[in-house]
Design a protein around this ligand. Structure first.
Ligand SMILES: Nc1ncnc2c1ncn2[C@@H]1O[C@H](COP(=O)(O)OP(=O)(O)OP(=O)(O)O)[C@@H](O)[C@H]1O
Length: 717
């Protein structure tokens, strides 16, 4: 279609809108004039808002504020954009914001702002029972006869002529049925106001006493806003409605650090995001929302911006290490993070102190010992051998006697000496330096609240660092995670970080909103035998009880005798998807090598690919491709796991031990470190599988003479 054609259609539509709005405006003016109780300013504002009624909004005027003896709420407006608590001001002087304070005519008007915020909390509580998140309830101060649009913390200050267009422009979050149900509910909770001291008015409702000004209606603004709104997609359901238990967590007052746990897909991140927005609405400070992974903060920031745009600029979404580096730089502490040089330092140390030592008898793979240094020694901030000799090595399977620990310590000291000699830091050093800096810091905390998502992936030092930023302040630290989804070696307990989340400060979510029974059962089957220790010290069986809400969804097993046939089946399945379907599809692989291979396959076939490293949550018409680890915290309608069971066999394979790599070696006969590796590989596969909403595609290569049964791949048994 030529551009001219669509421009003229748009102009026609705008003219139609304008006619309709003119008629609605006339009717609205008549109606507003009948409200004798309302002040002149209120009548004028009401007339502007009544026009919105034709667009699906409900306006409740002059309501009693429940819980008070005789206070009223000027207006409640409920529509596609949410619930708005409106206070109308007819001030002689123009409102101004100075240093975060509301001023008019040189006088502070903060009391008015506080009162409106308190009214909004009453409305929030009223709709929480319907599952409406506080992000959907917003306070608005409207100034009769003025034009303005500014924010004062959570409150939006709008001129009489700006309010209509501003509200129509809000992204659609409530359906017509929800608007009706919420408005009916609020009508009951906020009954009509009857002024106890008022003398009966002599005026008759149909005798207009207060003239409502003509010609001030912002027709152009409203037409433009209506057209804009029609172009916007509505936001996701979960960005407005939660389970009442989730809303309760979002709004809860915790006296100190708190924790939310629960199996995969139970809405932990959803609660975390709503909580971040809620805290940003209630305080003036900044909120830090941290995860271990680099890609997740971008996606979460995108979601939050759609969900609660007014709070977005006060919430920092960061990965822990990038945040820590920036924190150090801002304090003038020099950091020379160099992953490659640190890696070289380790291998030099291994050559000198590891190779040929008693460590090789336990596990000949240097990476196992590199993990020991990273996750156990440095990850826990251990600086003396005595400490290391006594430490419980959580989630590490090998039992190390004193001579082994001495050998590890020697390797650690060699590594540190090489690393320091090269003048570089590793990732653990960055966190340790930041922790030292945070411990020194006095004065106001840089953040009002810190929310940590996927906390099980952090090290003990990482958690201590984030705790140091807010201490035990009320509503300060919230830790969200699930020990079953730990994808890195090692571990810690919250008590070791000095964090106490006993009683109501440890909450568990149990309802899965993401996976169908078939998909979840398949995923749980992978980790069924793996009892895990969570960060609160609780031992939990691998197969957990989960309540399900989502029933559509299927697992597709594709078993082919050769790699070529397997790859062809994958490509055929992906090519059969429409571009919109591809946009909600992920291909996940256990290793970098497997990702590179898949990337070549897909691009050669002309299938558009977006690396998970670059995905930021905005829809892209391309298949997402990345590692199991990078898929953490994300979800897709369709998830493809090519050769999904190979990682399991590789991890069980024992280098130099003579054990077979066909996966048939009984688990209890595998050496401890191989069992640990296999367990970690299963956790990663579990995470990848639980990313699938509608379709989980599990590919396997089993040669015709293969030892493995062809109807049910091992990963799925
Ligand atoms: N109250 C709700 N109503 C409907 N859907 C919900 C609700 N809560 C969460 N969801 C849906 O469930 C999905 C999973 O939520 P979320 O990602 O927060 O779970 P999670 O527990 O953090 O998962 P994981 O630990 O596997 O990363 C969300 O994408 C959202 O679509």
């Amino acid at each position: 279609m030529a551009a001219g054609g669509s421009a003229s259609r748009r102009a026609q539509e705008a003219r139609r809108q304008e006619r309709r709005l003119r008629e609605q405006w006339q009717a609205a003016r008549q109606e507003a004039r009948r409200w004798e109780a309302a002040s002149e300013g209120e009548q004028q504002v009401a007339a502007q808002l009544l026009v919105l009624r034709e667009q699906g909004w409900r306006l409740l005027v002059d309501r009693h504020w429940p819980g008070t003896r005789a206070a009223n709420v000027d207006m409640l407006l409920i529509g596609p954009g949410g619930v708005f608590v409106i206070d109308v001001k007819n001030w002689r002087a123009a409102p101004e914001i100075c240093d975060g304070r509301l001023i008019a005519g040189g006088e502070s008007r903060d009391a008015d702002a506080r009162k409106l915020t308190a009214m909004t909390r009453t409305a929030e509580s009223a709709v929480a029972s319907l599952g409406l998140s506080p992000v959907a309830v917003r306070p608005v101060m409207v100034f009769a006869g003025r034009r303005l649009d500014v924010a004062l913390g959570r409150i939006r200050l709008l001129g009489e002529h700006n309010i209509g267009p501003a509200l129509v422009r809000e992204r659609g979050r409530l359906s017509a049925a929800s608007v009706r149900a919420i408005a009916d509910h609020l009508e009951r909770v906020f009954p009509e106001y009857e002024d106890p001291g008022a003398t009966p008015s002599p005026q008759r409702p149909d005798h207009p006493q207060v003239p409502v000004a003509d010609g001030l209606f912002d027709l152009d603004g409203l037409v433009e806003a209506t057209l804009d709104e029609a172009r916007q997609a509505p936001i996701e359901q979960w960005m407005t409605f939660l389970h009442p238990d989730q809303v309760a967590l979002v709004r809860r007052n915790w006296a100190g650090p708190a924790r939310i746990s629960g199996p995969a897909g139970t809405g932990k991140t959803v609660v975390g995001l709503h909580r971040a927005a809620h805290l940003a609405q209630r305080t003036n400070g900044r909120i830090l929302y941290v995860t271990f992974a680099n890609n997740l903060p971008r996606v979460q920031a995108t979601f939050l911006k759609s969900m609660a745009p007014a709070t977005a600029d006060r919430i920092d979404f960061r990965s822990l290490h990038s945040w820590a580096q920036e924190y150090l730089r801002a304090r003038g502490v020099s950091v020379r993070l160099d992953k490659n040089k640190a890696e070289t330092a380790f291998f030099r140390a291994w050559t000198r102190a590891g190779r040929g030592s008693c460590l090789e008898e336990i596990d000949p793979v240097p990476h196992y010992w590199q993990d020991e240094i990273n996750c156990v020694i440095k990850g826990r901030g251990i600086t003396s051998f005595d400490e290391y000799a006594a430490v419980p090595r959580r989630r590490r399977r090998s039992s190390l006697r004193r001579p082994h620990r001495q050998a590890v310590w020697k390797l650690y000291e060699e590594y540190e000496s090489y690393r320091a000699g090269r003048g570089v830091h590793d990732f653990n050093d960055v966190l340790a330096l930041a922790l030292a800096e945070a411990a020194k810091h006095s004065g106001p905390a840089p953040y009002t609240a810190v929310i940590v998502d996927e906390v099980q992936d952090l090290t003990l030092v990482g958690v201590r660092l984030l705790h140091a930023l807010v201490g035990n302040a009320a509503n300060g630290l919230l830790l969200i995670g699930d020990g079953q989804q730990a994808v890195y070696p090692g571990g810690f307990r919250l008590s070791e970080a000095g964090i106490d989340v006993r009683g109501d400060r440890g909450q568990v979510l149990r309802v899965n909103y993401r996976n169908s029974k078939e998909i979840l059962d398949t995923a749980l089957g992978v980790v069924a035998e793996d009892t895990f220790d969570d960060i609160d010290g609780l031992r939990t069986p691998g197969r957990r009880d989960v309540d399900l809400t989502y029933y559509d969804g299927q697992v597709q097993y594709v078993v082919k005798p050769t790699e070529a046939e397997h790859d062809r089946a994958l490509l055929d399945a992906l090519r059969a998807l429409s571009p919109e379907q591809q946009a909600d599809t992920a291909v996940l692989c256990p290793s970098k090598r497997a990702i590179e291979r898949c990337h070549r396959l897909l691009t050669k076939e002309g299938i558009p690919v977006c690396s998970l490293e670059h995905y930021d949550g905005h829809p892209v018409e391309a298949v997402k491709l990345g590692s199991y680890r990078r898929a953490k915290g994300l979800e897709f309608k369709r998830v493809y796991l090519p050769r999904h069971d190979e990682g399991l066999h590789d991890s069980g394979r024992l280098l130099g031990t003579g054990l077979s790599d066909d996966g048939q070696v009984p688990m209890d006969r595998l050496p401890e470190t191989a069992r640990e590796r296999a367990e970690l590989a299963r956790s990663q596969l579990f995470v990848a599988m639980t990313r699938a909403r509608d379709v989980l595609w599990l590919g396997s290569v089993v040669p015709d003479d293969g030892a493995r049964p062809s109807d049910s791949p091992p990963g799925a048994r």
